[in-house]
Design a protein around this ligand. Structure first.
Ligand code: ZN
Length: 81
C-alpha cells in the first residue's frame, strides 16, 4: 500500500518535471483549474496568472489539479490489501 503511494508520487513528479521541461507547467492545451493557495481564488484558464488577481501572489504559488489518472486510486487494488 505504501509502495503504491510512492509510485504515485514518483509519477506525479515525473509529470510535473516533464511539464516544466516542455514549458507547459503554467500553460495547458485546454482550460484547467488554477487555485491560489493564499486566498483560494479559482480560475479556469489555459494558462496561469502571473500574479493572483486577488492577492497578487506570484504565479509559482498557484496550484493546478493534476489529470485524473494521478488523483484516482485503483479501487480494485485497495480491496486486495
Ligand atoms: Zn490569491
Amino acid at each position: 500500500m505504501i509502495r503504491d503511494v510512492e509510485i504515485r508520487h514518483a509519477k506525479i513528479f515525473k509529470e510535473l518535471y516533464s511539464q516544466m521541461k516542455n514549458k507547459n507547467l503554467y500553460k495547458k492545451a485546454k482550460e484547467v483549474e488554477w487555485i491560489c493557495p493564499a486566498c483560494g481564488y479559482v480560475s479556469f484558464d489555459k494558462k496561469a496568472w502571473d500574479e493572483c488577481p486577488l492577492c497578487q501572489v506570484k504565479q509559482g504559488y498557484c496550484e493546478v489539479n493534476l489529470p485524473k489518472k494521478f488523483t484516482i486510486l485503483n479501487k480494485k487494488k485497495q480491496k486486495n490489501v
